[in-house]
Design a binder for this molecule. Structure first.
Ligand code: SAM
Length: 284
């Protein structure tokens, strides 16, 4: 019998993906986790009924979450990922040779264990890189308690449902801000502006209260259905999102011009060009 898995994120809109083969389907300590094969999207992981990663298009999200802040900052020595247990943002971040250490703080150990087993190409050895430190904890606790200062913090969270809900709150963002080194950058997974506009408005609204520059950028992620997805952006360095294409090209060349499939210097610059319906959500 055919099995179709329905995504239950939105109130009035649902998509279904055909599960050609189910590889895992059970509760972890924190959430419901299913991994299955789909002919169009590849291997797919869903948490609590929401697509997290699909092997065919994961490059879009992971490259855009990592390379935009890392190249914009330009001298990242120390970075932090909150969530991101699949290892994709970690993999992309480690392509930056100037990065000395990166901490991945994931609440659910099972996500890392299962992704290691079923999505080895997503992490591609990144969990075991000598620059990587993995912490199994709630990200809110880590940023509230750490004495470390990070050049970039990437919040690669689930949606604001279940254990990820706390990663969209003002106290969490304030703690992220305190954990940033001067001139540091915070980026956040902020959903689809078309379907989740109030969430983006709220997050970036908090950033306006905390940072000199609060904005968002976009990427087209086929497996998150409903228009482009947004990444929140907060920093005290107002120049970083206005860097010109030639400056980004230079930084990419200095980093060894590693190959990418979505991120490119011109896409990087263009990602900050927001259609009016998104601008209205993020302008203070
Ligand atoms: N790209 C994805 C998306 O938006 O669909 C996000 C992927 S990543 C797998 C999200 C991770 O955040 C999950 O593995 C989840 O366990 C983790 N997470 C959720 N709440 C968390 C929290 N409070 N602290 C740390 N990690 C958390």
């Amino acid at each position: 019998m055919e099995r179709w898995v329905e995504e239950t994120l939105h109130r009035g809109f649902r998509v279904r993906l055909k599960a050609d083969r189910v590889l895992f389907d059970s509760d972890t300590e924190h959430q419901r986790l299913i991994i299955f094969e789909n002919s169009d999207f590849g291997r797919v992981m869903m948490l609590d009924g929401i697509v997290q990663v699909a092997t065919k298009d994961e490059f879009v999200y992971h490259e855009m979450m990592a390379h935009v802040p890392l190249f914009a900052h330009g001298q990242v020595r120390k970075a932090l990922i909150i969530g991101g247990g699949d290892g994709g943002v970690l993999r992309e971040s480690l392509k930056h040779p100037e990065l000395e250490s990166i901490t991945l703080c994931e609440i659910d150990r099972s996500v890392i264990d299962l992704c290691r087993e079923h999505f080895p190409e997503v992490s591609a050895g990144a969990y075991d890189d000598p620059r990587t430190r993995i912490v199994i904890a709630d990200g809110t606790k880590l940023v509230a308690e750490t004495d470390e200062r990070f050049d970039v913090i990437m919040v690669d969270s689930t949606d604001p449902i279940g254990p990820g809900a706390v990663l969209f709150t003002k106290p969490f963002y304030a703690d992220c801000r305190s954990a940033l080194a001067p001139g540091g950058v915070l980026v956040t997974q902020n959903g689809l502006p078309f379907l989740q506009g109030p969430e983006l408005r709220q997050s970036v609204g908090y950033f306006h209260e905390m940072f000199a520059d609060a904005f968002a950028y976009l990427a087209s992620t086929p497996s998150y259905f409903g228009g482009p997805m947004s990444f929140g952006w907060g920093t005290d360095d107002c120049d970083l999102r206005h860097l010109r294409q030639d400056a980004i090209e230079r930084r990419h060349a200095e980093a060894g011009a590693f190959p990418t499939r979505y991120w490119r210097p011109d896409v990087h610059v263009a990602a900050f060009a927001l259609p009016n319906y998104v601008r209205e959500l993020v302008e203070g």
